[in-house]
Design a protein around this ligand. Structure first.
Ligand SMILES: Cc1cc2nc3c(=O)[nH]c(=O)nc-3n(C[C@H](O)[C@H](O)[C@H](O)COP(=O)(O)O)c2cc1C
Length: 166
């Protein structure tokens, strides 16, 4: 049967199936037009290209952080540590006060780098593609570091511990 004769899957099926893709959890930070730090919890994040070095992030078109990334042309991916579930919760909501009391420094591109993350990478936006209700933002990796530690793991809408290989 031709695919144009079949309906796409229902939203709840999409969410359930997508939740079976195991990921880490990140907070992607940016600066608003007036220079305030902001950020969004994201797991739709991936390495893209080695030469040049690029990452991609997929943001809901309604995201306020996407607006900040468009305006400033840069973003920082902060890879969360296993004990940073509370940070994930803080940045998974909307509002201007997400950074209140959040310990952070500044990277080479002057972007917010969250204390305690296992790694971070600062990126300069080189392309934004739209698909469905999301934007695929591609960034050239300009600076970053690895600190190490166990990652925060996300699977079937829950945080998980990494099981050691036996
Ligand atoms: C574990 C987790 C992963 C998420 N991944 C994404 C994602 O990849 N892209 C996205 O647009 N929203 C994602 N969200 C939802 C956003 O964090 C949430 O909508 C947030 O309120 C957006 O904030 P903003 O509008 O200030 O940018 C995720 C939420 C959680 C809890």
């Amino acid at each position: 049967m031709a695919t144009d004769q079949i309906d796409t899957i229902a939203a709840h099926d999409y969410r359930r199936i997508a939740s079976h893709w195991l990921t880490g959890v990140t907070v992607v930070t940016a600066l608003t037009e007036d220079g305030r730090p902001t950020g969004i919890t994201m797991n739709a994040v991936a390495p893209l290209s080695l030469d040049p070095p690029q990452f991609l992030i997929n943001l809901d078109l309604a995201s306020d952080t996407l607006a900040a990334i468009r305006a400033s042309g840069r973003f920082c991916i902060n890879f969360l540590r296993a004990d940073q579930g509370a940070l994930s919760g803080r940045f998974a909501k909307r509002g201007a006060d997400k950074f209140d009391g959040i310990a952070h420094g500044h990277g080479k591109l002057d972007l917010p780098v969250l204390d305690g993350c296992i790694a971070h990478v600062e990126c300069a936006v080189c392309a934004i593609h739209h698909s469905g209700d999301h934007a695929i933002v591609v960034g050239d990796a300009m600076a970053g570091a690895t600190i190490g530690g166990e990652p925060l793991v996300y699977f079937t809408s829950s945080f998980r511990d990494l099981a050691p290989c036996s």
